[in-house]
Design a protein around this ligand. Structure first.
Ligand code: HEM
Length: 105
């Protein structure tokens, strides 16, 4: 199914409680998410990750991100991200389209 970045921006509203993205995005409760798809987990400079996230050995490709966001604690046991999971596949596709708009700084 198609990916709709505008719909994904609406999905991202809940993420914005803890994450910034876009020009000038800073780390907050969670790490900034610019350039997410394609980079290694736990690699944002200056952000204090849990050992679980930092040492997960994951790369955030689309498939891995999809599994993670569906059930974060299942994919990374011990993560400090408090988020129950996004179960809807279309909304996840839209979210990925939104995230891909923002390259690494
Ligand atoms: C970590 C995405 C919602 C807090 C992460 C990571 C991703 C992510 C991909 C790993 C980043 C990395 O390895 O560099 C998202 C998305 C969300 C969301 C797409 C919405 C669907 C939230 C919310 C909170 C939160 C609502 C706070 C209540 C955190 C924290 C971490 C994190 C604290 C660091 C985890 C650790 O070091 O164990 N998030 N997140 N996130 N997120 Fe989220």
């Amino acid at each position: 199914s198609a990916q709709d970045a505008a719909a994904g921006e609406k999905v991202f509203v809940v993420c914005k409680a803890c994450h910034q993205i876009g020009e000038g995005a800073k780390n907050g409760v969670g790490p900034a998410l610019n350039g997410l798809i394609g980079r290694n987990a736990g690699s944002v400079p200056g952000y204090s990750y849990s050992a679980a996230n930092k040492g997960s050995g994951l790369t955030w490709d689309e498939a891995t991100f999809r599994e993670y966001i569906k059930d974060p604690k299942a994919k990374i046991p011990g993560t400090k991200m408090i988020y129950p999971g996004l179960k809807d596949e279309q909304r996840t596709s839209d979210l990925i389209a939104f995230l891909k708009q923002f390259d690494a700084d």
